[in-house]
Design a protein around this ligand. Sequence first.
Ligand code: BES
Ligand code: MG
Ligand code: ZN
Length: 501
Amino acid sequence: MKFTVNTLDADKQQSDCLVIGIFENSELPMSARQVDAMTSHAIENSLKNGDFAGKLGQTLLLNNLPELASKRVLLVGCGEAKKINEASFIKIVKTAFKKLEQTTYESIGIYLTELLVPNHSIGCLVRSAVIAITNTEYSFQDYKSKQKDGLSADVVTFFATSAQDMAACEDAIREGKAIATGMTSTKNLANTPCNICTPTYIAEQAQKLGKNYSKLKVKVHDEKALEKMGFGAFCAVSQGSVESGKLVLLEYKGGEKNAPPIALVGKGITFDTGGISLKPASSMLEMKYDMCGAATVFGVMNAIAELELPINVVAALACAENMPDGNAIKPESVIKTLSGQTIEITNTDAEGRLVLCDTLTYMEQEYKPKTMIDLATLTGAVIVALGRKFSGFFSNNSELTTALKQASEQAHDPIWQLPLDDSFGELLESTVADMMNASLCRVAGSSVAAWYLSQFVKDTPWVHLDIAGTANTTGSNKAATGRAVPLLVQYLLNQAKTQEQ
Ligand code: BES
Ligand code: MG
Ligand code: ZN
């Protein structure tokens, strides 16, 4: 799908369908008045005769408008004008495209940016629209024997009133497309069934991605290599699986040669049975999404390579399968991490922190990053605490906290800060090793897990995002969401912009 922008008024635009937003009980917007002037007041009449009232979520398709250059007009209800905000704007865009999906149009002309959302530039709205449209159209059909057809509009055109707006829209389309592409690759990877999407598969996908971008280099360390390198905690998880664990490194060099990179780390458990501390069957469903941290990082790298951001970013995907097996690690085993700290494994189901801790140590030692952010579907407790709208956020640094909160607001990708405090460490005190990997009681599970990770970050400003509640939806409509891709791409865009100044 191609997104473009032009300055043609609604009565001049030639497309299969125009999309016009109408507020309830308000004056008609410019595009509607232009259409009305050509069509003996088709829009005004449908409001008068009660076919359409402009209520949020309502739609009305007008055809048979021979006077108009475009073939049809889709009216979309926008509710009360004073209540419009970016969230309702996105809802309006999604409603329109859900409706358009029912028929095939080659070209669509969108006039929704007339809606003027307070504190939002036209560029901001266009960027959100591009992301919302791509997400609405996404459907994962790779493993269906019969493909469902969706909307296949070739061209979606936005409307700008000035040359200045036009330039802003072009930039917005570029950013929106990159973020949407990132989300799509995250979703594709995460939706791929776990018998296909193994650590080796993720490594192959990363290598493919690297071939598409000259600034992106990919290296893979397999389980044997990791064992030699001292990844004792990582291998303690992976040893119970016939699939070889993989540490996948993606090095993006868009900035100056020696500028310290930003490091991203993703939990990539391609299936989490719990290991010997086996999960009950009902808790095991949806554990194919336990690689969503890695999938998100993968999508972010795709987006920034697409945007050619002038910064350096290194990413690590910590990929393994957590299985029960004759060779699986037993509870009460003690292992040595790459950092030298020893761990008593009290629960093999707290495996995410085990693959992550060695990876965090490695990234800090190997790349000396400026900042480090890890993403993980780490704890069920974060869903209990925050539900499914907010990703759990933890940090050891206030400046980085501010930067991420700002990016979260700009990208409309909500996070909520939870405490990181040494008192949580008391819950992990072990009688035989430096610490346990899981507490013996269930209190503050997400903070305890975050504290554990913090012991493997020495002096780097660091953020941990627990995306267990946000990375995927559940039940009969289960699917990966691509969440946290907008947040991180926004953070990196902001970094690139401050650097340019
Ligand atoms: N992958 C799970 C966390 C999870 C749970 C993600 C539910 C999404 C939905 C993680 O590996 C896990 O099993 N965590 C345990 C930790 C506990 C053993 C300390 C949990 O949350 O119960
Ligand atoms: Mg687990
Ligand atoms: Zn897990």
